[in-house]
Design a protein around this ligand. Sequence first.
Ligand code: SAM
Length: 229
Amino acid sequence: MSIILSRTIRSCRATTHADLATLKEPVISTYYCKKHSKICKPIFSIKGWWDRYTIDTLNRLKQFDGLRTETCQICLTGDSRTIDIYEKIKKKNPAFAELLFKQKIKGIFSSPPYVGLIDYHKQHAYSYELFGFERKDELEIGPLYKGQGKEARDSYVKGIADALNNCKKYLQKDYDVFLVANDKFNLYPDIARLAKMRIVNRFKRPVLNRVEKDRSNAYAEIIFHLKEN
Ligand SMILES: C[S@@+](CC[C@H](N)C(=O)[O-])C[C@H]1O[C@@H](n2cnc3c(N)ncnc32)[C@H](O)[C@@H]1O
């Protein structure tokens, strides 16, 4: 029910098709839609999306049940710069924590925030309200409200490097870190240096059909492959 309701609410926000990420102003009447090049209207009833997500979510859960393997997946929330992964996992699954402590973590695959692009708490305000999560806006790395100026970029570089340095405690020696970023300010070489890592490869990942962007704005993200320096 929570999954269905949160998907429904996300799709029913008072915004335009072209702006699902930043939600500058509530849109409650018809508007010219940049994504579809025609007049579109905001949603006036949640019923359509509720029906659609109910069926879709049940199908996905059923499909996932068939694919599920005997592996352990744990979801932790926290500030990546300070989170104590062992302690958090010990509370959820002591046997797994022991294994982890002995073997450590082989690698990270992450899509970190980018500097000055999105205020994630604002973008997902509906889910904080729906689930009663405590907001921690001030812990966001690189939020939109801090902009992309020199100070914001420096603080972003430090934030991501701090997160990597925190994670290194839990990583095996020969770890692999993969980070997805559209690094237009070329900040990742500095981040790697501060984290005492080296960029061993850069993979290009085309981003062709983000829902909130018009398709002519396709761009490439880089997946940085980092290892211990
Ligand atoms: C590009 S999004 C990646 C979303 C993720 N791949 C997903 O599917 O949910 C970046 C995420 O980093 C989170 N973030 C920002 N600052 C953080 C911090 N200090 N610690 C942990 N996560 C943070 C944002 O809230 C956002 O969810």
